[in-house]
Design a protein. Sequence first.
Length: 349
Amino acid sequence: MQQTAGRISAWFSSTLSGLRDTVRKYTGSPGGIAKSRGQGAQGVTRARPGRVVHKRAFAGRSQEAVELWGRRFTIVDRGLDPDEVYAAISDLNEMLDEAEMSYQAGVEGSEGGSDMAFDDAEEQARDILKEAEEKAEEVVRRAQERAAQILERSKHLAEKEVKNRLRKAYEEFMSEMKISEKTALGSYISMSGDKATEPSVEEDAQSQLALSESKAEAGEEVEPSAAEELEAGEPEEQPLLAEDREPVFYEGLIELAVRPPVGSDQVLQLHKTLRHMPEIEVLNLGISDDKGIRIGLFLESPLPLLEILSALPEVEKAAEVKLRPGYVIYDRRLGVATPDSKIIVTYTK
């Protein structure tokens, strides 16, 4: 009998020690679970061996909870509430203490009894230990799974927030760019020859005007396009488009002829406005025999040029004219070329 009692005592002590090691493995050092959740735990104290009492006051609890084995666990930011997990583990330790005391009482009360009494005590202790171990593992597993889910959700939320902020910044940038473009274009159209704003463009236009004027005064040959047109007579103008018709889009090489009288400030303003438009390349600027202005343009993409010109300040009308066969213009870079269209611009007198 004593040999059997010794065998059971050794088995129980070994099993109990293993279970306590399991509990310590899942809980870690005192306060380990709370610290691993990043909540700033202040530590734990032990009321007696095997019982853990958590002293930290936990703030910001969530209203969501799970129920395990008849016990309610509050779900917090990064897992299960550390206070409640520690309380559950403390209860498991109490179960171990009760199992140990029941075993000792069984041993003492069964002295002189049969081996069957010891077998019953052994089986009861084994069941208690198994249940306690399963509960401890389940608590920790649920806590780890919940923490992983929350971290994954936080990651997706962070990525979505970054994308939303980038999209908002891009939209604000594009909006500012559109406003700046409209403001700049409006300033160029409304100005009356402010030379300080774009000196390089004005100086180039003024030099071309001065050169053309000096040639005309000296009786030198004017540009081939002007000479040819004087020889053949001014082409007949087509009427302006009716208001209810769709606008005409122009593309390619365009000759712009401004009828006299026209002031130099109006010419420079027109030149600056056209140069500011990214779809329009200004090729040349010159003066015709009748003191009118000729401007060569190249349109990189289709534009409603008549509507653009008609909307400029002091422009009375803009109309396309028919070109006679063989009509050409001259450009310093292109040489002699045939324009795709010609537009006559008339300023208000």
